[in-house]
Every structure is written in structure tokens, then in C-alpha cells.
Design a binder for this molecule. Structure first.
Ligand SMILES: [Zn+2]
Length: 123
């Protein structure tokens, strides 16, 4: 995956000009100094491109939450995560295969009687 990058001053200015100084989410609010976030209009996961828009921070947080759902869905449909991927990995069982108990087994030739003494079985 490519590394996330930040906007250059030039890119920021261009986006600001393109958006007419307004938030890119469509709310029509003016961008306020110190309250803006650089934004990927298409989530970075899909493009790997640098941020291309500017949003008010609160609106950006809301969009990211929605984007996360879209990314998760894309991963499910690509068979990276989700039930189908889990079944492909583990077979038709619901849970991942269980591991056998570790350590030595009990000595089944011994038994503890009602008198509390340990003795061999069938003696
Ligand atoms: Zn907005």
C-alpha cells in the first residue's frame, strides 16, 4: 500500500479555491481557520491518492465513519474479510479448529478409593 501523504500548500490553496472556501461535504458552510481537515473525496483505501478536498473537522469525522463502512463492505465482497472468507479459511465449521489439550494425560491406571487412598485400578 502506498503511504498517506499530506496536501502541499499549493494543493490546499487549489482545493480551497475550487470549493469556493466552503466545506466539501455539501453542507455549504464556510471553512474556518484551524477547524479544517484534508480529505480524500474517494477513500484513500481505494485510490492511494493524496487528499484532494478540505472539510470542516466534525464533518470529516462523520464522513470517515461512513467510509469505514464502505471499506469494510468492499473487503467483504473482495473476500478479504467476512463469513465467506472465514469459511474458506476454516472449512464449513463455525469456529476455527480447536487445538488439542496440552500437557501429559492423566494416568488412567490409577484410581482414588473412598478411603482416600490412591491405588491401581481393579485391585
Ligand atoms: Zn460540511
Amino acid at each position: 500500500m502506498t503511504k498517506r501523504t499530506r496536501m502541499s500548500k499549493w494543493q490546499f490553496g487549489l482545493a480551497f479555491w475550487r470549493q469556493d472556501g466552503k466545506c466539501s461535504c455539501g453542507c455549504n458552510e464556510e471553512l474556518r481557520e484551524g477547524e479544517t481537515d484534508e480529505e480524500h473525496s474517494v477513500p484513500f483505501y481505494f485510490t492511494g491518492a493524496p487528499p484532494d478536498a478540505i472539510m470542516l473537522r466534525g464533518h470529516h469525522i462523520a464522513k470517515t465513519a461512513k467510509d469505514k463502512g464502505d471499506i469494510a463492505k468492499a473487503k467483504r465482497r473482495a473476500g478479504i474479510t467476512g463469513q465467506q472468507a472465514r469459511r474458506a479459511r476454516n472449512g464449513p465449521k463455525l469456529k476455527s479448529p480447536k487445538r488439542k489439550m496440552q500437557g501429559p494425560q492423566f494416568d488412567k491406571t490409577l484410581t482414588k478409593g473412598f478411603d482416600g487412598k490412591v491405588r491401581k485400578r481393579n485391585e
